[in-house]
Design a protein around this ligand. Structure first.
Ligand code: ZN
Length: 130
């Protein structure tokens, strides 16, 4: 198991982590297999989508904010971040990507994204290849 850390800079942010995951995949002993990218956090998530247009990340955040309003949930009485928990649950904490010849098998427009919903924070990203 390998890991790296990402410091997010805003409350809501989408960060392309593909180069860091690809570096781990290239250094791993397996030429072919599956790469699991996982965040051990309850208010951040991992997804795969386009990075060529950064508006897609902003649009994703805006769409989730329309779906999940702020400040109306039971958990907000505890630490005021229920919307972040719900959004993280919708997107999910992990993605699985095939590996071939020590390369992530991603589509031309696909990138692996860390999705922050309650930043800024330091986020841990775990990469497991089998
Ligand atoms: Zn909370």
């Amino acid at each position: 198991m390998k890991e790296f850390f990402v410091k997010t800079e805003r409350k809501c942010q989408v960060i392309d982590i593909t180069p860091r995951v690809q570096t781990i995949v290239a250094q791993d002993g397996s030429t072919d297999g599956l790469c699991c990218v996982f965040v051990p956090h309850a208010t951040a998530a991992v997804t795969i989508n386009e990075n060529a247009d950064p508006n897609i990340g902003e649009d994703l955040q805006d769409a989730l904010t329309k779906l999940v309003p702020e400040g109306v949930w039971r958990h907000d009485r505890i630490d005021d971040n229920a919307a972040a928990h719900i959004k993280a649950t919708i997107i999910g904490p992990s993605e699985m990507v095939p590996v071939k010849d020590r390369r992530l098998v991603l589509g031309t427009w696909q990138s692996i994204m860390l999705v922050e919903f309650d930043g800024p924070r330091e986020r841990r990203v775990i990469v497991q290849i089998r």
